[in-house]
Design a binder for this molecule. Sequence first.
Ligand SMILES: Cc1cc2nc3c(=O)[nH]c(=O)nc-3n(C[C@H](O)[C@H](O)[C@H](O)COP(=O)(O)OP(=O)(O)OC[C@H]3O[C@@H](n4cnc5c(N)ncnc54)[C@H](O)[C@@H]3O)c2cc1C
Length: 495
Amino acid sequence: MAEVAVVGAGPNGLAAAVALARAGKRVRLLERAPTAGGACRSAELTLPGFVHDVCAAIHPLAAASPFLGELPLVAHGLQWVNPPAPLAHPFDDGSAAVLERSIRDTGETLGEDARRYAATVGPLAEAFAELAADLLSGVFRMPRHPLAFGRFGSLAWKPARRVAEARFEGKRARALFAGVAAHGLAPLEEPFTSAFGLLLCAAGHAVGWPFPRGGSQRLVDALASVLESLGGEIVPGHEVASVDELPWAQAVLFDVTPAQLLRLAGHRFSSRYRAMLARYRYGPGVFKVDFALSGPIPWRAAQCARAGTVHLGGTLEEVAASGRAVAQGRPPERPFVVLAQHSLFDATRAPRGRHTAWAYCHVPHGSPVEMTDRIEAQIERFAPGFRELVLGRRSAGPARLEAYNPNLVGGDISGGSLLGLQLFLRPGLRPRPHATPDPRIFLCSSSTPPGPGVHGMCGYLAARTVLGTALRARRASAVPRGLRRLGLGARGTGV
Ligand SMILES: Cc1cc2nc3c(=O)[nH]c(=O)nc-3n(C[C@H](O)[C@H](O)[C@H](O)COP(=O)(O)OP(=O)(O)OC[C@H]3O[C@@H](n4cnc5c(N)ncnc54)[C@H](O)[C@@H]3O)c2cc1C
């Protein structure tokens, strides 16, 4: 009989299950979809032989994850592909700023800002392993590497637009930084948006922006294989409707967002915790298009063909305007588009000579507006002739994404808004954010620290909370009964 149930086999559910199985627990993972992986799966979405990443596609955070780094994922079939350049950001004049693996080479594409870029990002890239360990290991702990953390923090709290305009003089570096910061899905005028720009630029130099050969699915398949090697069990096609269905589990970890947790287990919580979950805010959505192509994308700026990811948004002003429109509830006419071109570097993604492209833009929460044409127009703008290569396409707006995976509420890919304090306090202000008032129930999704991305750290930290709760329970039961009656000794799971 399993001791622990994990509901949802996304990257965080899998990571939680692996961490608990590694600690010797008997774990059963229940997943509503026919396959494990959550928002990190791959499928032939367009034509036979074309492998598309249904959701997550580019994985600097997985490569930086302290927990995933401890696991034998390569021995379980994972192969990383690191394109020569992580990112290109083309301009209308046919040139491009390029985030290269080396700071120096990057600077050469940034003209007058080469030295300023090196001074801003270089020290963070050098201390990246320490920085990532601190940033991805939760908020309520002292940084283990205060120097790197302090350097990061001195800029990270500022709006990305302010940092870009203060640190850089030319349009190229400003636009490159703005595009990377836009991954925070918040207007660039908001505090803390610099954090995304700084972290992801530094990651590009330190670990690259890699992806798994064969599709993102291979990363979660490797996690699932590690879990099974540790005796864990995965039950696909099992949708859990209520925590009451799982009386056998001494601890239940939910890889879901707060609105779902309320439906599944709300009756087990205090009214105060229920109100906190109900107050949780969701962020903008995305509109995504996958393409099957008859050839490589004909970029006007040839350097774009060296990059796994290409940001299509022109200048900082244009990227910023796109983010503001989304925040004001208007789908942008010229959206900022994130595009990945895996098949240029991974021949397993498409039939010989053919190619894939993965592209999305941000849209207002739940927006029903069709964005395929606007996304294609942005690609065509920087790669004239693109449309003639399209053999097949498949679009998915917020409703389709949420139907695919109920964690993508209103198309929100971050498990909740990243604006304001909710960037840190997920799902709210709690000393142990992965625990709930019910000592048997835990939250392990990207709606908990350290937040979205395929890094598994939310699951890992939730598993540590479960194990810590169990330890407290054992200590409490060691307290003599008389003292326990006086309220000394904590409640906990019996895991
Ligand atoms: C379009 C898109 C693009 C993205 N791009 C990237 C990227 O390039 N790089 C990156 O790092 N991140 C990216 N992300 C974000 C990343 O995918 C998520 O942050 C990550 O998958 C969150 O993992 P999770 O385990 O918390 O949740 P999820 O991956 O959403 O998994 C939750 C799982 O729980 C299951 N579930 C829900 N309710 C139940 C229930 N009642 N019973 C049983 N099972 C249930 C769901 O079916 C799902 O499998 C992207 C996301 C999307 C949608």
